[in-house]
Design a protein around this ligand. Structure first.
Ligand code: HEC
Length: 88
């Protein structure tokens, strides 16, 4: 009985940690939220500024991409850092 309670607590805690740690999961978000309609390669070939990524993701959310505000921020940050215009 005590053992069962401890197990349930451990599972609950790790689930809470997973949803709180939504900040550095850009690659996961990209595959999970964006690659449902088109391959993520469509995204990865681009080089855009942070403002442009924000606009792209906002546009895709209007088309049906499902991201909450935190996920949107994580994804835009990740895209902006990873796929940015090379210094001109
Ligand atoms: C509900 C379906 C859907 C989802 C989800 C979706 N897209 Fe799209 N996306 C489209 C459609 C439709 C187009 C336009 C047709 C095409 O080019 O394939 C497109 C085109 C694009 C383009 C090409 C624009 C260009 O300038 O060539 C990019 C970049 C893009 N999406 C990024 C994303 C990102 C990033 C996400 C995740 C936040 C995402 N998409 C999620 C439907 C979707």
């Amino acid at each position: 009985m005590i053992k069962t309670t401890v197990t349930i607590l451990a599972v609950t805690l790790s689930a809470a940690t997973a949803s709180a740690g939504m900040f550095s999961n850009g690659p996961t978000l990209l595959e999970a939220k964006c690659a449902v309609c088109h391959p993520s390669s469509k995204v990865k070939v681009l080089k855009r500024t942070p403002a442009q990524w924000d606009a792209i993701v906002t546009n895709m959310m209007k088309r049906g991409a499902k991201l909450n505000p935190e996920e949107k921020k994580s994804l835009v940050d990740y895209l902006a850092q990873t796929y940015k215009p090379s210094g001109k």
